[in-house]
Design a protein around this ligand. Structure first.
Ligand SMILES: [Zn+2]
Length: 315
């Protein structure tokens, strides 16, 4: 059987909030079996907890924001993406502000932080959401879709009318039961357009945004001196975001996810539709000793126990 995972020790990190520009500290804490992923605002007089679930998403305009009543935590998607990639089921994340720090704009720092806390297997069996039928949402030409597949295949296409976006770099397909998230996705940074950044700043947002935590484009080109980390870094970052958005369901998905120009909003709509269409997916377990699930179970474990070979030092 594949069991649930948490971390052994408490670890913390400090960074800047992308929108507030303020310093924020997060602390990852171990959590017991079946408790799920819980965010906790500890800067409030009475701390509040927000449990991760598709319905906890309150805003999706610039990032994924979760909320409980009037209290919110923004930009959870990159940390959620790293938790998904690390196979974490149960964890308590304390944050002393209304935003998860942006770090370098990718999820590599969170991957490193989770690793340093030592991931371990717990005593309860892990749940997987297995897609049995097509589930799809559309918004004009944009769409996001689940369909049955033995693995977790992500096929993402972006289309930006901008000279820095080359057509050959607009689509990536990755099977997370076979390929390495850490190698192929975790270092892809968020990106933004100069004009957009100016507009956001004039509205009191993106105050913490800089060339240290985002790829920034002017009308013609990328303005970061160091250029891109992957030739198709933009679409890889959209995959990083989608992995985080989809993990709001609280368990890994077994199926194919196809997205065309999708983003936080459409990804979340797809999850909500999935919750409505309960006849189109089932919750299952993976067992190395069961003929039906042995290959999937072994692929999943191999990916989670490190096919990556990159240097995890974060500069
Ligand atoms: Zn992102």
């Amino acid at each position: 059987m594949i069991f649930q995972r948490s971390i052994k020790t408490k670890v913390s990190a400090v960074g800047v909030g992308l929108h507030s520009g303020k310093k924020v500290r997060i602390a990852l804490n171990p959590a017991k079996e079946n408790s799920g992923i819980i965010f906790k605002r500890i800067d409030l007089k009475v701390p509040i907890e927000i449990k991760v679930e598709a319905e906890a998403i309150k805003e999706t305009r610039l990032s994924s924001t979760i909320g409980n009543g009037k209290f919110k935590i923004s930009t959870v998607e990159h940390l959620m993406s790293a938790l998904s990639a690390s196979g974490i089921d149960n964890i308590l994340i304390e944050v002393d502000g209304s935003e998860i720090p942006i770090m370098d704009g990718s999820s590599i720092s969170f991957i490193y932080l989770i690793k340093s806390a030592v991931v371990y297997e717990q005593s309860e069996i892990k749940k997987f959401a297995v897609i049995k039928d097509v589930i799809q949402v559309k918004d004009g030409e944009k769409f996001a879709r689940f369909e049955p597949y033995k693995g977790f295949l992500v096929d993402f296409t972006i289309d930006f009318p901008h000279p820095a976006f080359k057509e050959e770099n607009s689509r990536v397909e990755i099977d997370f039961f076979k390929d390495s998230y850490v190698n192929d996705i975790s270092r892809a940074r968020t990106f933004g357009f100069m004009q957009e950044v100016e507009y956001l700043r004039s509205n009191g947002l993106a105050r913490g945004g800089s060339l240290d935590n985002a790829i920034v484009l002017d009308e013609y080109k990328i303005i970061n001196d160091e250029g891109l980390r992957y030739s198709d870094e933009f679409v890889r970052h959209k995959i990083l975001d989608a992995i985080g958005d989809l993990y709001m369901i609280g368990m890994p998905i077994i199926g194919k996810f196809t997205a065309y120009k999708s983003g936080h909003e459409l990804n979340n709509k797809l999850l909500r539709l999935m919750l409505e269409q309960k006849n189109k997916w089932t919750i299952e377990h993976l067992d190395l000793h069961n003929e039906k699930t042995a290959i999937l179970a072994s692929d999943y474990l191999k990916e989670k126990t490190g096919r990556e070979n990159i240097d995890l030092e974060v500069t």
